[in-house]
Design a protein around this ligand. Structure first.
Ligand code: PLP
Length: 386
């Protein structure tokens, strides 16, 4: 076990994610006038790129904020106090959207699913069937639930909503899912989709993007919730002039501009395939080591994997020791899962060799911390999955 302070950091958390040198270099730029033509052109190209990544012709607006700001934007621009909303809740971020809705007086119904599972469309259909008076105005869901490492089948869930409630709004938190797995905003008829710069876009935190369908714009006109900073119509008016309402985080916009070039070069299908392979490498490695994984294979996230350490090994100890000995940064369990498991992020600028290095270091640590494992089994399984 190395006893010297590690030279490098290996960032293996599900956001913020590692930043490619090309993007860092693009961000290393002097500030420019944000009401001038150079900025306008860059912003327009970023928004075009976002529409491409969202697979949409809908409006996409950018806000200077983290993902949660985008979630709040979605609520305040579409609903009114007393409205009923239904929330597919498969983990911490599902719970967060409920808290936001409730903070604004929305009557949020919690469709809570067991931790580690995706929402079964049949369960959603049964919940919707209870709404005989058709009072539900909106259905909220996560594409990827980062706290549990579970991906929902958004296509199937959205189709289920449309069957019984053709006109309700479908709002999707794709903060950690967009680009990690296919998400077809228009084809699946998704009204509002939220994403963030700090996940698979490979850019630092600072921008949330929010799409609005014609149905969502109609809801905006009826929405009475208070809004100013988050008013999406104001943001759209400025976007149409090639600007943002407030002073934009220019460095992040420059980073997004380069990121969009990179993802266009790689292509959506290749990006999805890369993330799927990352998921398989991690899952096969930890299964070979003998660890239990929180998510079942059928709903396993291509962005992040939640792993229970072997019996007797403390998950938080794994995190602190691997940081001290190898410079690897892992994510903790969240909420009820804190201390019980750790998470490995494998989205964005994460390659096979990063994963193999992290798996090797974790195997060594498991043994150091008292697990009865055979070192090398995980790395072997990972190598066989490449
Ligand atoms: C699925 C999901 N939604 C929302 C958020 C909230 O984003 P932020 O922490 O940027 O506010 C996150 C952050 O990890 C997330 O993973």
């Amino acid at each position: 076990m190395p006893d010297k302070k590690p030279l490098k950091q290996l960032l293996m958390i599900p956001g913020p994610t590692p930043i490619p040198t090309r993007i860092l270099a693009a961000m290393n730029h002097e500030m420019i006038g944000h009401r001038g033509p150079v900025f306008s052109k860059i912003l327009a190209e970023v928004i075009d790129g976002l529409k491409w990544a969202y697979q949409t012709k809908n409006d996409v607006m950018v806000f200077p904020c983290s993902g949660t700001g985008g979630m709040e934007t979605a609520v305040v621009n579409t609903l009114s106090a007393g409205d009923k909303s239904l929330h597919v809740n498969i983990g911490n971020f599902g719970a967060r959207w409920i808290k936001i809705a409730k903070a604004y007086g929305v009557e949020a119904i919690d469709l809570k699913v067991e931790m580690g599972k995706a929402c079964d469309p049949k369960v959603l259909a049964a919940e919707l069937a209870k709404d005989t008076k058709k009072e539900i105005k909106a259905v909220f869901m996560q594409q990827n639930e980062t706290s549990t490492g579970v991906i929902n089948d958004v296509k199937a869930l959205a189709a289920t909503v449309r069957q019984s409630h053709p006109d309700v709004l479908i709002l999707v938190d794709a903060v950690s899912g967009l680009l990690a797995q296919d998400l077809r905003t228009d084809e699946w008829d998704l009204d509002v989709v939220v994403s963030g710069s700090q996940k698979a876009f490979m850019v630092p935190p600072g921008i949330a993007a929010v799409s609005m369908s014609p149905r969502a714009w109609k809801a905006y006109e009826n929405s009475k919730l208070p809004k100013h900073y988050w008013d999406i119509k104001t943001q759209k008016k400025f976007a149409d002039k090639g600007q943002t309402y407030t002073t934009p985080p220019e460095s992040i916009i420059f980073g997004m501009h380069e990121a969009i070039k990179m993802i266009r070069e790689e292509g959506l299908e290749n990006i999805f395939a890369r993330h799927a392979n990352n998921k398989d490498i991690v899952r096969n490695a930890f299964k070979a080591i003998g660890c239990k994984l929180l998510a079942e294979d059928a709903c396993a996230s291509p962005a992040v994997t939640a792993i229970f350490p072997p019996d007797g090994v403390d998950a938080e100890k794994v995190r602190s020791e691997i940081r001290n000995h190898f410079g690897v940064e892992l994510a903790p369990g969240q909420g009820d899962l804190k201390g019980k498991l750790f998470r490995i992020g494998h989205l964005g600028y994460v390659d096979k060799l990063d994963l193999i290095a992290a798996i090797a270091a974790i195997e060594l640590l498991f043994e150091k911390l008292g697990a009865k494992i055979e070192i090398g089994k995980g790395v072997k399984a990972a190598l066989e999955t490449i």
